[in-house]
Every structure is written in C-alpha cells, then in structure tokens.
Ligand binder design. Sequence first.
Ligand SMILES: NC(=O)c1ccc[n+]([C@@H]2O[C@H](COP(=O)([O-])OP(=O)(O)OC[C@H]3O[C@@H](n4cnc5c(N)ncnc54)[C@H](O)[C@@H]3O)[C@@H](O)[C@H]2O)c1
Length: 442
Amino acid sequence: MIKNSDKVDICIVGTGYVGLVSGACLAEIGHRVVCVDSDDKKINLLKKGIMPIYEDGLKEIVHKNVKKKRLFFAKSIKEGLHHKGHRAEAVFIAVGTPPRPDGSADLSAIEKVAEEVAKNMSDYTVIIEKSTVPVETCRWIEKTVTRFNKKHIPFDVASNPEFLREGSAVSDFLNPDRVVAGVPSKQAEFLFKKIYKPMKHSQIIITDVKSAELIKHASNSFLSTKISFINAVANVCEKTGANIDDVAKGMGLDKRIGSSFLKAGIGFGGFCFPKDLEAFYWLSAQKGYNFELLKNVQDINESQKMWIVKKIEEELWNLKGKTIALLGLAFKPNTDDMRFAPSIDIINALKKLGAKVKAYDPVSMENAKKVIKGIEFSKNPYQCLKNADCACLITEWDEFKKLDFKKVLMLIKHPILIDGRNLYDPAKMRRMGFTYKSLGRP
Ligand SMILES: NC(=O)c1ccc[n+]([C@@H]2O[C@H](COP(=O)([O-])OP(=O)(O)OC[C@H]3O[C@@H](n4cnc5c(N)ncnc54)[C@H](O)[C@@H]3O)[C@@H](O)[C@H]2O)c1
C-alpha cells in the first residue's frame, strides 16, 4: 500500500556522486531519505558530517537535512528499508555500473542490491533503477527480486535515469530539464509523481521502462557525439586556418544545433560518457545492430587526448628528461572525480616518452594520487610551473583563468603554453611572450 502522505519514505542504495546528491536533494524537497552504502568508511564520514566527494553546495544541504531529521545514513539495506519505525516505499538503486574489459556494463552490484531488497521488503515497494544501465536491466532486476521474494511481497521495478552533471550536480538535480520515469504500473506512476511533485517546474516524462533506460544511453551517446564532432571540426580548422571559435558560434546559433557541447578540447572523460558510449555500442551489437558511429566518436576522442602530446613534441622535439607542467587533472572543472580523466592517458604517454611530469589541480589531487604514480604533485600552479620546459592546460578551472602570467613567465624555463581547453585569448598570450598553441584557432 502506498502511504497517504505527501512525504515519501525513500531508501537510496549507493551513496556516491549520484546517490548522495539525489538523497540530499530528495530530502531537501521534503521526503524522508535513508542513504545506504556498502562502503562503511563513506557512511562513517557522512555520519560525522564529512563529505566523501566534492560537489558545490552538497555539504550545505546534507547538513541542513540531517539537522531537520529528513536525511539519514545506514550501512545495510535492511536498516535502510526499515529505519527507526519508517518503511521505505521507494528504493532507488544508485550503485556503480563500471565497464567490463569487453565494454559491457558490470551490473553485478545492481543484482546484489536487488537480492537484498527482495529479502528485506515487507510491503508494496517501488524499486527505482537510477544507475545508468543497458536496456532490459529492469527486467533482470524484476527476475532477481521475484527469485528472492519468498514472502511474495508486491513490488514494481521502474527506471528513473539521472542526468545530473558532476560539478553542478545539486543544481542539476533540483532544476532538471526533464525527469524521465519509466513505469510498469499506475501505482508506480502515482508514487513517482508524488516523489517529484515538489519540483513543480520540471517536466516529468512518463514512458515504458525500456524506453526510459534507452533515453539515458542515447542522450549520453549523443552528447559525446557532439563533443567528438566539434573536436573533429577543430582539427579541420587547424589544417585550413579557419577559427573553431567562430565556426562553433556560427553553428550554435542555429536553434536546431544549439551552442552547448560545441567547445573544442582534448576530449571527454569521467565516469559517464566513455563507459556509456561503450556500453551502448556493445548493447547494440548484442542485439544485432552495428552502431559504427559510436565507435568513430570513441576513436576521435582517443586521438584527441593525444593532440596535446603531439603539440608538446612539436615544440620541444625530444621529451626525454624534459619537464612538463600540467595544470588540472580532473576530467572537468568543479569536480574531484578522476575516473577516466584524459589527464591519465596524457600522463602515461608523456612518461613513455621519457618526460618528467609535474601536476597541480585545485581539488582532485587526493584522488589523482590514487591513480597516477611517478609524477610530482605541486602545491600550487606556480610551484608546478617553476622550471618547466612547457606548460599544458588540461582542466579549465577558474583558478587558471586568473593566473599571474608575469609571474609565470619568470618561473617557467621556456614560455610555451599548450592550451587543451581553448581557455585563453591567443593574441593576448602571444603579446605577453608565450609560444601559445590551442585547438583549431589560428
Ligand atoms: N557520476 C555522474 O555524474 C553520473 C551521472 C548520471 C548517472 N550516473 C550513473 O549513476 C551510477 C552511479 O554513479 P556514481 O558516479 O554515483 O558512482 P559512485 O562510484 O560515486 O557511487 C556508487 C556507490 O555505490 C556503492 N555500492 C556499490 N555496491 C553497493 C552495494 N551492493 N550496496 C550498497 N552500496 C553499493 C559504492 O560503495 C559507491 O559509494 C552509475 O551507473 C553512473 O553511470 C553517474
């Protein structure tokens, strides 16, 4: 039975970038939320009020809603489903779906959660899949829950893909372009609408479950395609002397195209685009469709990362023993996430060529140290640039927009700046005395 109240008792399983932000935001709009994670360290930190991830505005809404007794943390699904006299009517699954070596998504964490929920639910429950998954995952969740649901408790499995972006996750969750709800029954639809009702301004798209699952993979693959497309155009600009900034502006003003995701750079990374593209390609192939376009998008992205290495070689010739300073490590600004960051591949390539690498990132250094070895991490951008043979901008953090370039010119060994994000004005940088290279700009 769905409870007769505007407030929904919610359990969120997986308290990472998506789960924690979703949990805090659903509490912020008035629901009672218990966030569960199998990583005890994460839950211990959260219980002490310490955020395990960096996300703008997150700490504030977590603290506020914990204080208001709308947001709680638990170490087991059992406790999350039955928490201090409250029974969860909706269980969101927000665990990781990392890529397997063949490119398909590893859904074993989802299966485990489905089993645990089945064993612990006690009344009608809507299990809402929020992780990014291939189409038909909800059908597998339903099968798993049925297998372990010995007491024959009624349930539905729905799909509610998440579109938040790291770096602006809280604001994205609270002000989405749309909420997609793939529902198998009227009862599940009713609960969904109740959960999202306080977000009056957002449009809820109700679909069947498979379509909702597909919307997420198709959206991320389309956005990746847009990025690779503009990067390919930037390469043509470079070869022809055209200016990618003007080309992108001229294209983006066409309403059918739109200006977002038309910024040339050294390629996309992060926990979503690379793996979702790969998984969508894999799934299409499994179903008998060769989605070759997605392979091309991926290939362009891989070679785009190496653009920066080629430019360094063009300036410095042999890299053996030379020091390269990297400004930024995270895959994009305002996040500490290092998963699939282009910086990792760039550093590996530079090390292979015998270069010494120094790096600085305002927020992601701790995470970077876990995945990047054999480089020097600097305390600030100036320490990073001191005595470097060449500087490379990898992530367009605000801090790098405001660098004191007079100071940089005094510290750096050779005034060479390779801008992997087209952050700076080429004419200005050259006037200051830099040998300045950016993507597709004469
Ligand atoms: N990060 C993003 O920007 C973003 C945006 C939209 C969608 N997604 C999707 O959301 C999903 C989660 O992504 P994320 O970035 O939040 O991942 P994450 O790694 O930050 O968080 C996943 C959490 O799930 C926990 N977990 C794993 N197995 C568990 C289990 N059996 N029980 C309880 N907890 C468990 C992990 O300990 C971890 O804390 C992925 O499918 C991802 O593709 C991510």
